[in-house]
Design a protein around this ligand. Structure first.
Ligand SMILES: *Cc1c(COP(=O)(O)O)cnc(C)c1O
Length: 431
């Protein structure tokens, strides 16, 4: 397992900022989500410092669907980050933690009237419109509430990004946004510009997730700026803001080769500056909205190893006390992870295990074929790179209680999410 900056080996044991995983497991129980605050704060600083321009205002938004708790939102609230939200529930958590609503961008392809009312009443700064029906619903709501929200339109630039490759114009049938290849779009954009009740300023797009190809981002940003220029020509109205989305790839296993964000971001900004001058755009604000790449490496999950079983076919199963209920990603899209037995970190890896969870699904395997030292019941298995899309996608399948979460900040650690109880899981149920 690739160690994170906050992990090192002391007396044959893996530790987190000097804290023994054995002691953390004893104090907080397992499975346990562990989040490293210091590395998160460092990444926030680096992103905001490197996504900077002298030509326009820059804003890094945290895609909060990747990891959102009150404690995380409190870190966002006192940081320079804005918050990308996709539901009233995410707005609620942000507000509860003190995130300024004017720094929120409200996305989503089917926001309900109730959610739009909630967003406007709470002064959410920017609504990212997905489609024509939403635009007219938002106009009616804004008129009724006597508001004039700032609005972006989500567009689909036809650059669909995959790991190591992109397919141009292949995403014409995406559920998100309006395609730039639709000639009718300029009529719609004119309506947005001329709306009495909307303050339409520009465009948003998000090309995909876990993208490793830098070129996809350059290509998509160019497509968006060219589209902004075309839009200005066709509608005679100025575009002043573009949100370029997130999706920057991160390391899970050796197969992943993420690019260095501290190098990429300044080049990305410079390219936007150069192209916007060339195209005659007068942007005054640009945004990006990373989720995974801000939080994933700060998170890990600690499990206690239970039974071990060898199948007749020779497969070695290692069972942990969590699984798809706390990390659905392997079952959902064959996501890969690395792991280590923290109390045997210096022992030679000799056995190929399949790490499986305790849920009643054959697909509940966290890691297929990982070579580890000989494990016994009671050992601790740590899976790295679980900061994003683990807690937020967790479920109570099989009535498994969702794990607790702790934050570690150097010498200190504290509980930030209590372990669920059986009563918690029943609290909405009536006779
Ligand atoms: C999911 C999402 C993001 C963040 O994606 P990451 O891969 O976590 O960086 C940003 N913007 C939008 C609109 C999204 O849907």
């Amino acid at each position: 397992m690739k160690l994170e900056t906050y992990q090192n080996i002391v007396n044959g044991e893996l530790v987190h900022s000097g804290h023994s995983y054995q002691e953390l497991a004893n104090q907080y129980g397992t499975p346990l989500y562990i989040f490293d605050e210091a590395s998160f704060r460092k990444r926030i600083e680096s992103y905001t410092a490197n996504f900077h321009s002298d030509l326009f205002e820059t804003q890094v938004l945290f895609a909060s669907k990747s990891l959102l708790t009150k404690a995380i939102a409190k870190i966002i609230a006192i940081s320079p980050l804005g918050q990308d939200v996709v539901s009233a529930g995410e707005i609620f958590v942000g507000l509860a933690a003190g995130v300024k609503p004017d720094k929120m961008y409200f996305h989503g392809n089917n926001k309900s009237d109730e959610e739009l009312v909630y967003a406007l009443q709470n002064e959410v700064g920017t609504i990212v419109i997905d489609n024509r029906m939403e635009a007219s619903r938002l106009e009616q709501i804004a008129e009724k509430l006597n508001k004039r929200p700032k609005v972006l339109l989500r567009i689909n630039p036809g650059v669909e990004a995959h790991t190591h490759q992109y397919i141009q114009t292949a995403s014409l049938d995406s559920k998100f946004g309006e395609s730039i290849f639709d000639e009718q779009i300029f009529e719609f954009i004119t309506q947005l510009h001329e709306s009495q009740f909307l303050n339409f300023v520009g465009f948003h797009s998000h090309i995909g997730s876990q993208v490793f190809d830098r070129e996809s981002f350059f290509k998509a940003s160019l497509a968006m700026m060219e589209f902004a220029q075309t839009s200005q020509e066709k509608t005679k109205y100025r575009i002043t803001e573009i949100n370029f989305g997130g999706g920057f790839g991160v390391y899970y296993t050796k197969e992943d080769q993420p690019f260095e964000m501290a190098e990429f971001l300044p080049e990305f900004v410079q390219n936007i500056e150069k192209e916007s001058v060339r195209l005659g755009l007068k942007l005054n604000k640009i945004c990006i909205e990373p989720g995974r790449s801000l939080v994933n490496a700060s998170g890990s999950t600690l499990y206690r190893i239970g039974d071990l079983k060898d199948t007749v076919s020779g497969k070695h199963y290692l069972f942990v006390d969590g699984g798809m209920s706390d990390n659905i990603r392997p079952a959902l899209y064959q996501a890969q992870y690395e792991a280590a037995i923290t109390n045997k970190i210096t022992e030679p890896a000799t056995i190929e295990y399949t790490v499986a969870g305790k849920a009643c699904e054959s697909g509940d395997k966290l890691i297929e074929n990982i070579t580890l030292p000989q494990a016994i019941t009671g050992d601790l298995l740590l899976v790295n790179g679980t900061g994003a899309y683990n807690y937020t996608m967790a479920s109570n399948y099989n009535r498994l209680a969702r794990p607790a979460m702790i934050h570690i900040d150097g010498a200190h650690h504290r509980l930030t999410v209590k372990r669920e109880t059986f009563e918690d899981m029943m609290k909405n149920e009536l006779d």
